[in-house]
Ligand binder design. Structure first.
Ligand SMILES: C[S@@+](CC[C@H](N)C(=O)[O-])C[C@H]1O[C@@H](n2cnc3c(N)ncnc32)[C@H](O)[C@@H]1O
Length: 308
């Protein structure tokens, strides 16, 4: 996992107390860690990393309401919400489910970028691009059409693993990702004609109608609560006959959930409904896991939909 985010309070003594508190937290002395964090906060009342860590500790201690209050303070101290306090508030049921803070995703993957491929592919057995490749080939072969595409868009392209997998099938790839450090790595692969640091929906807004024939999102929809917003724009940007293919994590129930790993899981019914509401035709929906979580395959879906 990426290194832990630390945002200095600007007060050396408060920062030092925070460091001690983290040591204590890691050693399991949670009440002493909470005391030190409160002392740090007394010195620097808007110390976002201290509020955030206090939220975690309160939760570890089973003090849900105090955890909620601390996460609320952390978010108020950093409206961009780089720590992702709002995700903890959603997970604790203190707020309704909504989108991920963009700054949180950006910081998370900027920190993750240097170790991303080793961690995801080697440690978590990541197989998202290969699953999408097989699914797209299956759909094209069933339609008796060649699996060659002129213009592809890779949403949440990361370091470029999906474009590498599809390199021989797609003439020109545009990659879109929120994280500048991930985009730097994608650029180094040479697989993209263009790369943009942007939210995927905003990136799609800038594309002309019917300008792509393949849109991919490998392990990126897990950071998107509202699939319909992405799929509706994808449909506009796709040429007739074009495909959108994505993986997501899933669960047995209805709707969208935020898991312990702070990734969204979309129920199958909600995926089907989003595809239909976007005006796309579902070509393939299969249960496949794109990666492991705690050494067990995380339940997932592979989806291909077509613009008719
Ligand atoms: C788990 S990585 C997957 C990267 C790549 N698709 C792959 O298969 O290796 C998820 C990527 O999605 C990006 N991401 C998450 N939410 C996004 C959004 N709303 N818009 C654009 N990129 C996003 C992250 O920055 C990250 O690089």
């Amino acid at each position: 996992m990426p290194a832990r985010l630390f945002l200095s309070s600007g007060d050396l003594v408060a920062d030092r107390r925070y460091d001690f508190a983290r040591d204590l937290q890691l050693r399991g002395d949670l009440p002493a860690a909470a005391d030190l964090l409160l002392q740090a906060i007394e010195l620097a009342p808007n110390f976002v990393s201290a509020w955030f860590t206090l939220g975690e500790i309160r939760e570890q201690l089973g003090e849900r309401d105090a955890a909620v209050a601390a996460f609320q303070k952390a978010r108020a101290a950093d409206p961009q919400d780089r720590h992702g306090s709002s995700l903890h508030l959603m997970r604790l049921g203190a707020e309704p489910l909504s989108g991920m803070p963009q700054a949180y995703v950006q910081v998370l993957f900027d920190q993750y970028a240097p170790r991303f491929e080793a961690s995801l592919v080697d440690d978590l057995g990541y197989r998202g691009p290969a699953l999408l490749f097989k699914a797209v080939l299956t759909v094209r072969s069933a339609a008796r059409k060649p699996a060659f595409f002129k213009r592809g868009i890779d949403l949440g392209c990361g370091t470029g693993l999906a474009a590498a997998t599809f390199a021989r099938e797609v003439d020109h790839f545009i990659g879109i990702d929120l994280s500048p450090r991930m985009i730097e790595r994608a650029r180094a692969t040479g697989h993209y004609g263009a790369l943009e640091v942007a939210d995927m929906v905003e990136g799609l807004y800038g594309k002309p109608d019917a300008s792509a024939d393949l849109i991919l999102a490998a392990d990126a929809m897990v950071y998107v609560a509202d699939l319909l917003a992405v799929l509706a724009e994808a449909r506009r940007v796709l040429m007739p006959g074009g495909l959108v293919a994505f993986t997501t994590e899933t669960h047995d129930g209805e709707g969208v959930r935020l898991g312990e790993g702070l990734r969204y899981a979309h129920g199958e019914t909600c995926v089907r409904a989003s595809v239909e509401a976007a005006g796309l035709k579902l070509s393939l929906l299969e249960n496949h896991s794109a990666r492991n979580e705690d050494n067990v395959p995380a339940p997932g879906l592979v989806v291909v939909a077509a613009k008719t």
